[in-house]
Write a protein that binds this ligand. Structure first.
Ligand SMILES: CN(C)C[C@H]1CC[C@H](N2C(=O)N(C)Cc3cnc4ccc(-c5cc(Cl)c(O)c(Cl)c5)nc4c32)CC1
Length: 333
């Protein structure tokens, strides 16, 4: 077990829970609260041209505060490494959940899909596009709530969501036709296409466009033709068709999606998102921290509010707040 001095006394590193490209993700315990966290470890020398993606993801995650987007608690930078301390999702990948059940019922698909739509609507409202939405980037926490991860490819176009992007990125299987063609595209529109692929995977248990040869895969995506299994309801067929429109101008918008009849069926309200104030003051949690570190709550809050929100103090505050929200003991007895 390689010991990382920078984490000493703050986090106990445990098993590796995944590797992705230039990062290794390990399970860890935040010592002060006993809370489980995921630590994304990146070696600077190995990052190379991927370094800008790390900064992009950190900046995005620092801004984002949504119940279905994985929360960034802390960033630790040393000479050789970056460590991102992120909310742990013990429920694994949504993909595995679909595979083990073969496919999900319309009701269960709707529950998960509403959470994805809420997270993406929130992202787009803040001027971000994820651009790599796929089942592997959708995890579940212990309460089976959905968490969006991996913002290494997300874009916040300078000119806002109406300005076009060019970099082709993400995985071809979930990529929209305009992205494959190398046309200029809108991040929001490619996210809608990818969500269409995700919804299809939830309801069908397999992908709308799939092929071992990348060339045939591209042909299928550009044709926009896919099977509609008999078990799909007409309402879900209509919704999927409106998302998997090869012409981005004909594709459903995120606002229409939030109000779509299939989305609202069985629910009282359309999908909304709370622009959660990123950082609300909680006196009980501050009292607990004051008991731990001996400082006065006003001084602690003062420092928290001024910090860049990625220090250990912030992580401790957020993890205690999480425990309180989940009804777990968080007071130092
Ligand atoms: C395929 N990818 C490029 C990497 C893969 C690494 C393991 C990870 N994981 C898993 O695959 N479990 C099954 C366990 C697990 C549990 N909690 C997690 C909490 C956060 C994250 C996470 C990972 C990355 Cl690379 C991020 O950028 C963010 Cl914002 C968050 N990954 C987690 C994670 C999923 C992604």
């Amino acid at each position: 077990m390689v010991r990382y001095g920078a984490l000493k006394g703050l986090y106990d590193l445990e098993k590796t829970i995944g590797c992705g490209g230039f990062a290794k993700v390990k399970l860890a315990t935040h010592i002060a609260t006993g809370e489980k966290v995921a630590v994304k470890i990146m070696e600077k020398t190995a990052l190379g041209e991927d370094l800008p993606r790390v900064k992009l993801e950190v900046e995005a995650l620092k801004t984002l505060s949504h119940q279905h987007i994985c929360r960034l608690y802390e960033v630790i930078e040393t000479e050789t490494h970056y460590f991102m301390v992120i909310e742990y999702c013990s429920g694994g990948e949504l993909f595995d959940h679909i595979v083990e059940k073969n496919r999900l019922s319309e009701t269960e698909s709707r529950k998960f899909f509403r959470q994805i739509v809420s997270a993406v609507a929130y992202l787009h409202d803040l001027g971000y596009a994820h651009r790599d939405l796929k089942p592997e980037n959708v995890l579940l926490d212990k309460e089976q709530n959905l968490k969006l991860i991996d913002f290494g490819l997300c874009a916040k176009p300078k000119g806002g969501m109406q300005s076009h992007l060019f970099t082709s990125c993400g995985s071809p299987t979930y990529a929209a036709p305009e992205l494959i063609l190398g046309n200029k595209y809108l991040g929001s529109e490619v996210d809608i296409w990818s969500m269409g692929v995700l919804l299809y995977a939830l309801l069908c248990g397999f992908l709308p466009f799939d092929d071992n040869s990348i060339e045939n895969l591209y042909k299928k995506i550009l044709s926009g033709k896919y099977d509609e299994p008999s078990w799909l309801s007409s309402s879900s067929r209509r919704l999927i068709r409106s998302m998997l429109q090869t012409d981005p101008n004909k594709r459903i918008t995120i606002e229409e999606l939030c109000n779509h009849p299939w989305i609202t069926a069985g629910f009282l309200n359309p999908v909304t998102f709370v622009k959660k104030i990123n950082f609300e003051r909680d006196t009980e949690v501050l009292n607990t921290m004051s008991a731990i570190c001996g400082e006065h709550t006003d001084d602690i809050w003062e420092r928290l509010a001024k910090s860049d929100r990625t220090d250990y103090r912030t992580a401790t505050y957020l993890l205690l707040l999480d425990r309180k929200i989940r009804g777990l003991p968080f007071k130092i007895t």
